[in-house]
Write a protein that binds this ligand. Structure first.
Ligand code: NAD
Length: 353
């Protein structure tokens, strides 16, 4: 039986394929802009310099200090540099950290954004901005935040280290798994979610065998795009709240935390969201949580929160925080249930459903 739903199509232009980095020039002009402000992390500064060279006079300035979780102090410096060079648009090259900085600038001055996405985090297609001040992370949403143009060029991802590729790919899958049981899920986001999970399930093993496999890199970017659209379209639940808490209060790395928790949050909701998760479970022989754990293990992903430096004593505090603000989740969120989930994730035990 088809249930009622609302589906709002998010306006963004996506350019996909090997070599599409060459189209940044044309996309700047298509937006009616002439002076792009280029962003990256320090790690990708050489790639950004090459892009500046490609753009010639279209490149007005560069900023290579993008930082995980978008600290306000970094945004203030980047905004000052944007104004100083007389820029009229943003080109962000990188993963969620760099994209977050571009969004933070656009949130304040409504600059048009072109994103060249080089991880699988999915931020490039959402209207969500997470920023931190004094170690506290808060989230805002709004139409100025979502980038106008996204370029997916798989050739730029062959240098993404295998460990980062795997963690980032599992991070993307987490958006899709939660999207399937979201209270505002609809038939279209569910199709995108299942296809996104399928693409990453197939691509990640091939990438670990050969990180330069351009077909696998393309398939992973395609899957991460679909999973990102799901993240930007429907509400996230328990898994994302727990990762947000662990990232914000225990300073755990973003993608790895998602990768470790995903099988356990899938197990927590497996019975309560059985029907919604069934198409994803079918991709893993009928057992989504166990299948995700086995996939992560086979890919060499981190499996245990203790390996990220979390102390066992932190689990109680995280469980307390996780039940503080209620939110929609298929299975009721109880402190005992969350503590059991966190304990399994801490030890890296195969999830039981
Ligand atoms: P990241 O952007 O921090 O990248 C990790 C490192 O890998 C960086 O040094 C980066 O320069 C490098 N890197 C990225 N792509 C590379 C490539 N192709 N080759 C070589 N090196 C590369 O990691 P991430 O997981 O993409 O982003 C995490 C951040 O994004 C977090 O702050 C998270 O909260 C945020 N995020 C936001 C949303 C949203 O919708 N707002 C969604 C997902 C993630």
């Amino acid at each position: 039986m088809m249930r009622d739903f609302v589906y709002q199509v998010a306006p963004s232009r996506v350019i996909f394929g090997p070599g599409t980095l060459a189209q940044v020039d044309a996309e700047i002009e298509r937006l009616g802009c002439k002076r792009a402000f280029l962003l990256s992390t320090s790690f990708q500064a050489a790639d950004l310099a090459a892009l500046a060279n490609q753009l010639g006079p279209l490149a007005a300035g560069q900023f290579t200090d993008a930082t995980m979780h978008t600290p306000l102090a970094v945004t203030a410096r980047a905004l000052a540099a944007y104004d100083a060079c007389g820029a009229d648009c943003i080109v962000a090259l990188g993963g969620g950290s760099t994209i977050g900085l571009g969004k933070a600038i656009a949130y304040r001055n409504d600059a048009p954004q072109i994103v060249v996405a080089t991880t699988y985090a999915g931020s490039e297609v959402t209207d969500i901005l997470g920023q931190t001040e004094d170690g506290v992370k808060s989230t805002v949403r709004g139409p100025k935040i979502r980038p106008e143009v996204v370029i997916y060029d798989p050739t730029l991802t062959t240098g993404l280290p295998i460990a980062m590729s795997v963690a980032s790919g599992l991070n993307a899958m987490a958006h899709a798994v939660e999207g399937l049981y979201a209270p505002d899920a609809n038939p279209v986001t569910s199709l995108l979610a299942v296809e996104g999970i399928r693409a990453l399930r197939d691509a990640l093993p091939a990438i670990t065998r050969d990180p330069a496999d351009i077909d696998a890199r393309g398939e992973a970017l395609y899957g991460s795009w679909l999973c990102g659209v799901v993240l930007g379209s429907v509400a996230m639940s328990l898994h994302h709240k727990l990762c947000h808490t662990l990232g914000g209060s225990c300073d755990l790395p973003h993608a790895e935390t998602h990768a470790i928790l995903l099988p356990h949050s899938a197990a927590y909701n497996a019975a309560a969201a059985h029907d919604a998760l069934a198409p994803a479970a079918a991709l893993f022989g009928g057992d989504l949580a166990g299948g995700l754990h086995d996939l992560a293990r086979s890919l060499g992903a981190p499996l245990a929160l203790k390996d990220l430096g979390l102390a066992r004593d932190d689990l109680d505090r995280v469980a307390d925080m996780a039940v503080k603000n209620p939110y929609a989740n298929p299975r009721p969120v109880t402190r005992d249930g969350i503590l059991a989930l966190l304990t399994r994730a801490y030890d890296g035990t195969r999830p039981a459903t």
